[in-house]
Design a protein around this ligand. Sequence first.
Ligand SMILES: O=C(O)C(=O)CO
Length: 334
Amino acid sequence: MSQRAALLIGKLAHTQKEWQECAKVASKLYEYPDGSREDFISKCKSGEFDKLFALYRSNDSNPITGDFNAELVDALPKSLKFICHNGAGYNNIDVAACTKRGISVSSTPIAVDDATADVAIWLMLGALRNIKQSFMAVNAGKWRGNFSLGHDPKNKTLGILGMGGIGSAVAHRAKAFGMKVQYHNRHQLSAEKEDGATYVSFEELLKTSDVLSLNLALNPSTKHIIGKEQFTQMKDGVVIVNTARGPLIDEAALVDALKSGKVWTCGLDVFEEEPKIHPGLLECENAVLLPHVGTGTFETQRDMELLVLDNLKSAVQHEKLLTQVPEQKDKAKM
Ligand SMILES: O=C(O)C(=O)CO
């Protein structure tokens, strides 16, 4: 096999041994555990990563290199053909710039589905019970404080925007709570994949859902897909859950909708400018907030790392990714 080196950006928490084993298939293993964007780009340009063929990056390594935008993609060694990304979301990679340079990109769908869906359900139940108000009261020594009654999920309509792996896992769980599930996607799914959920238009989803769960990818066309105009179309007292990406929602508009009561409560794991959170959300007693921990379990983190390494090995050995991003899968041959 020709010389095919692999690079790890950042550190692995659960699969050090498996990474070292990649030496059996790659000609050399480079590591870039820490540093800066400037330093990384200069190392790429100076030939430090000679014969680099595939690299491992993660959302967690973004603070080291920054986004893989056109500038960075352009600086990557010309020998690089594969970027194996750890994260179901890959909005910090300019896939079009990668495609232009003949670089294939993989992400980690499937591995994240259950853990993220668990957190979505947790946030939904918390929001339906307006749990933040109770948490705040009991922790402040006020027992129930201004306690008011919540809502049951049973017989409520859950609207899922983005019925991919995570959306389907949310739907599956929601049915156990007696919810009616409807969804909107760019395309209707097969009956088998729908598994009893009803396909509706985006407008219908907004107008008729009691709870709206966002489970779609962030890209330029989905940024602020939920904003002032969309809140106006929703039912009074709707509950919003977001475990996907913060910028899908116009956060300022959400704060207004929470304050006016249009949105009864929300459950959010993601924010527009992480780690910053809109002060209005922090103030709202009816906003249940988590610090982007959807996939934060030992099992899922390990599964995600393993999937990236499987992609990396497959790239080096067979020039093929196992979970290539959908934007590229449709293209003939990269
Ligand atoms: O997989 C992702 O994209 C995440 O956001 C992890 O929580």
